[in-house]
Design a protein around this ligand. Structure first.
Ligand code: DX5
Ligand code: ZN
Length: 222
């Protein structure tokens, strides 16, 4: 699948769940091609968000959108199929939640969808080097996972550049995603630092005009 990079991926964690379909529609109207779904279990991260039913509903609201599912859960292998059935086009699992990461990645790819690996701010990229040739995307957390609306961790810029270097030297083809605290003030610099997919939750859904905000953020990275 070729994408016109870089891409803005609105995270619906910050959406107004009393009108989720409308909020998603407003993003699509603004040109969003990806929707980021944050799944949290209250164990791997100190918050519970939503499950496959919401991913299915989001897919129904925007059948043409690419569903980017971010599993911040323990034992993700147990739930991968549920998210595939719900309509996930890509599933990212956390390095920190997978004792058998290579097998977890294969467990996603066997369904014919894309597989990603996510790393927390305190996790070195060298921990995931052995799987870089197997993944379609690497997700760099630029906040500690669990909540929207947090501040961007500045050292993430350096991590983005490091990952871009690893991709080049290893001649890998994975996409680089940045997730957490991305907004009007830092999205341009984040894209310049090497992010292909830029997740934005509060910056999109807390705006008065979601469609205009998606257009504005997209313009800043084009
Ligand atoms: C945090 C999630 C992020 C978050 C982004 O654990 O992975 O996707 O929802 O929200 P903002 O853009 O508000 O930081
Ligand atoms: Zn996320």
């Amino acid at each position: 699948m070729d994408f016109q990079l870089p891409i803005l991926a609105p995270s619906i964690l910050a959406a107004n769940f009393t009108q989720l379909g409308k909020d998603i529609d407003d993003c699509i109207k603004g040109g969003a091609a990806w929707i980021h779904c944050d799944i949290m279990d209250g164990h791997f991260v100190p918050n519970i968000s939503y499950g496959p039913g919401i991913v299915k509903a989001a897919k129904k609201a925007a059948p043409e959108a690419f569903m980017d599912v971010h599993l911040m859960i323990q034992d993700p292998d147990k739930y991968t199929e549920d998210y595939v059935q719900a309509g996930a086009d890509l599933i990212s699992v956390h390095y920190e939640a997978c004792p058998h990461l290579h097998r977890s990645i294969q467990n996603i790819k066997k369904y014919g969808i894309m597989a990603g690996v996510a790393v927390n701010p305190a996790t070195s990229l060298y921990n995931i080097e052995p799987v870089l040739e197997h993944v379609d995307l690497v997700l760099i957390m630029s906040v500690n996972p669990g909540f929207g609306g947090q501040s961007f961790i500045e050292s993430s810029y350096k991590k983005l550049q490091e990952l871009a270097d690893l991709r080049e030297t290893g001649e890998h083809g994975f996409l680089i995603e940045i997730d957490g605290g991305v907004g009007l003030k830092n999205i341009k610099q984040t894209a310049k630092a090497g992010a292909d997919i830029l997740v934005a939750g509060s910056s999109v859904f807390k705006a008065d005009d979601i469609t205009a905000r998606v257009e504005e953020l997209t313009k800043l990275i084009s």
